[in-house]
Design a protein around this ligand. Structure first.
Ligand code: SF4
Ligand code: SF4
Length: 385
């Protein structure tokens, strides 16, 4: 049996958030059972892209602040690290994300070191799983005595859900993340990479920002903010994600990452095996929209692969919003975003033939100019169901 604490917190007010985070961790027995004075504690928020906190795409800075405070209270040394989605050689999207999400302000205010994983030394670590032979992990990740995953509760158009486990994909420095998308375009295979990273990094605790989560076609700006109203904590990251995915409307076994992780003994992915502590009542989850691709996960496995490839929602550049900044073009792992230059008419287009629907373009677009176009058949089925 695993334990997940779920504490009510209705809004981003400093006092309320600090109280909720503190209570969630104390329901588990308190931080001091795991952390000693002087330990280096790496906190890994989800800073997917440079978005303001109210867009509900990234971990809210107040949840980070509350976690830093807890770590300091036990006399340990908090550090904050991330590698955001996308990668540009000439400018760091991670540095922009630190700034725009409010993370930098909190770290400066609390005198906490902030580490951009795109810009630090890495070490090769063998992968115990089957996807790739090894991972290049940033030294601060390997040197940490304790790792806290600090995710945002969100849906995800490719993996259906992103939480504590998938948040660890952001310890992989920028360019490599794009390579894995290219190497493992099938969502089920990509889920295996995520679980391999989780097994290799082995985070010790997760505290999830579910005060305002993201529903619909997350994890970027196509998602719809949803006020779930809870802070979750657990030392079983798979169990925490299972509870959070359930709050958003998923059923047990619907999220492949969690199934794979449970199969490998990395945590519990069944609500029957999880004790939920705290004062939070499960909301009426039916009011939240799941990603348009979520319906496909109900299909049996032999149908899933061809259906996913054929019917996943397509990224389309919204020409009205696009400023031609070319960030998406430089971040596309397949190099299928084309510049169409016909004199006065210059615009960008996605060549759907080579697109693997990884949605990196949507994640990195600073102007919310990449829309998702749902397949007509899926739209029809969703309307009828
Ligand atoms: S779609 Fe977004 S990222 Fe791409 S060029 Fe347009 S504004 Fe820039
Ligand atoms: S165009 Fe396709 S392959 Fe390229 S980043 Fe976007 S979703 Fe991924």
């Amino acid at each position: 049996m695993s334990t997940v604490a779920s504490i009510s917190c209705s809004k981003y007010e400093e006092e309320l958030v600090i109280k909720a985070v503190k209570r969630a961790v104390s329901e588990l027995g308190g931080l001091s059972q795991w952390i000693d004075e002087g330990d280096r504690v790496l906190i890994k928020p989800n800073l997917l892209s440079p978005k303001a906190p109210e867009q509900a795409v990234t971990t809210h800075p107040l949840v980070l602040k509350a976690t830093i405070q807890l770590v300091k209270e036990v006399g340990a040394i908090p550090i904050v690290g991330e590698s955001s989605g996308g990668f540009l050689a000439e400018e760091s999207l991670t540095a922009k994300a630190f700034d725009k999400t409010g993370t930098q302000t909190v770290c400066e205010e609390m005198n906490v070191e902030m580490i951009n994983f795109d810009r630090v030394e890495t070490e090769v670590v063998a992968n115990s799983g089957s996807t790739v032979a090894e991972f290049n992990l940033p030294l601060p990740v390997l040197d940490a005595d304790f790792i806290i995953s600090l995710p945002k509760m969100k849906t995800h158009s490719l993996t259906l859900f992103t939480g504590a486990v998938k948040n660890l994909y952001g310890v992989i420095p920028g360019l490599k993340k794009m390579e894995y998308h290219r190497q493992f375009p099938n969502p089920n295979n990509f889920a295996e990479v995520i679980v391999d990273i989780f097994a290799t990094v082995g985070a010790d605790l997760a505290i999830m920002d579910g005060i305002i989560g993201l529903a619909g076609d997350g994890p970027g700006s196509s998602g719809v903010p949803c006020a779930v109203g809870t802070i979750l904590a657990s030392d079983d990251l798979v169990a925490l994600d299972t509870v959070a995915a359930n709050y958003l409307g998923y059923k047990d076994k619907q999220v492949q990452i969690l199934n794979l992780a449970a199969k490998r003994g990395l945590g519990k992915a069944s609500l029957r095996m999880i004790e939920i502590k705290g004062d939070f009542e499960q909301p009426d989850y039916r009011r939240y929209d799941l990603p348009s691709n979520a319906f496909l996960s109900h299909l049996p496995n032999f149908l899933l692969k061809p259906f996913l490839e054929l019917m996943m929602s397509k990224p389309i550049i919204n020409q009205k919003n696009c400023t031609h900044c070319r960030t998406c073009l430089k971040s596309c792992p397949q190099l299928v975003i084309e510049e169409i230059d016909q004199g006065e008419d210059y615009h960008l287009e996605i060549d759907q033939e080579g697109c693997i629907k990884c949605l990196c373009c949507q994640e990195v677009c600073p102007y919310d100019a990449v829309d998702l176009k749902e397949h007509l058949l899926i739209k029809l089925i969703r309307q009828l169901s």
